[in-house]
Design a binder for this molecule. Structure first.
Ligand SMILES: Cc1cc2nc3c(=O)[nH]c(=O)nc-3n(C[C@H](O)[C@H](O)[C@H](O)COP(=O)(O)O)c2cc1C
Length: 187
């Protein structure tokens, strides 16, 4: 069984779940500290994908292997994945960027022209002032720092709590060439 097909099936079952569109991404930063953040987990060309801004410090961290976590309470299933990533073609990123609401579009240009994402600013008032001063209007094209990454999972662990006998079902899938090796784990 390909665990990514299983993931997709489970996510469809959980489609009413408020967390179904999201994941938690864990990276290690340049000081060796763990970092977690919620990101929208997208489906692009039948691959899992994330969209971020490359002015954020996370961009450098995402160039190494990282971890992705989901849990959908509606079906009581958790996934933990180890992934590598691959850049999404700029044209595709830019086409998808067009669908963003106005404010995130403005912020992508703000990061490019005024201050990088996650930099410190004096206050929220200052942020408003600089954003208004930048007079970004409704941007019509994505800045080059809008990026997307396809996720390439190589270890996938599925934990299904919803078992009639109460004994959780835990399976690890490990990619070996183009074959998924499957092991049952003590839950
Ligand atoms: C529901 C939700 C969805 C989010 N989706 C994204 C996303 O798709 N891309 C993104 O860069 N940040 C997203 N964020 C914000 C990130 O969690 C994070 O705060 C931001 O990217 C700054 O991270 P950094 O400190 O690594 O720069 C989302 C946050 C929430 C709460």
């Amino acid at each position: 069984m390909n665990p990514l097909s299983l993931f997709s099936r489970d996510r469809t079952r959980a489609s009413g779940d408020p967390m179904a569109a999201l994941c938690t991404v864990a990276t290690v930063d340049n000081r060796g500290k763990p970092q977690l953040r919620t990101l929208v987990l997208r489906d692009v060309d039948s691959h899992l994908a994330i969209f971020v801004n490359a002015t954020s410090p996370k961009w450098a961290d995402l160039q190494h292997d990282f971890a992705v976590h989901t849990y959908w309470p509606s079906i009581a299933v958790q996934y933990r994945m180890q992934v590598t990533s691959e850049p999404i073609d700029a044209q595709k990123v830019h086409a998808s960027w067009q669908l963003r609401p106005d404010m995130p579009k403005q912020m992508d240009w703000f990061y490019e022209q005024i201050a990088p994402q996650s930099s410190v600013i004096e206050s929220r008032g200052q942020l408003h002032q600089q954003l208004n001063g930048a007079n970004l209007g409704t941007p019509v094209a994505a800045p080059t720092n809008a990026r997307g990454l396809y996720l390439r999972p190589f270890i996938v662990e599925r934990l299904d709590l919803n078992q009639p006998d109460g004994l959780h079902d835990r399976t690890r899938y490990q990619l070996d060439g183009d074959h998924w090796h499957c092991q049952t784990l003590v839950p």
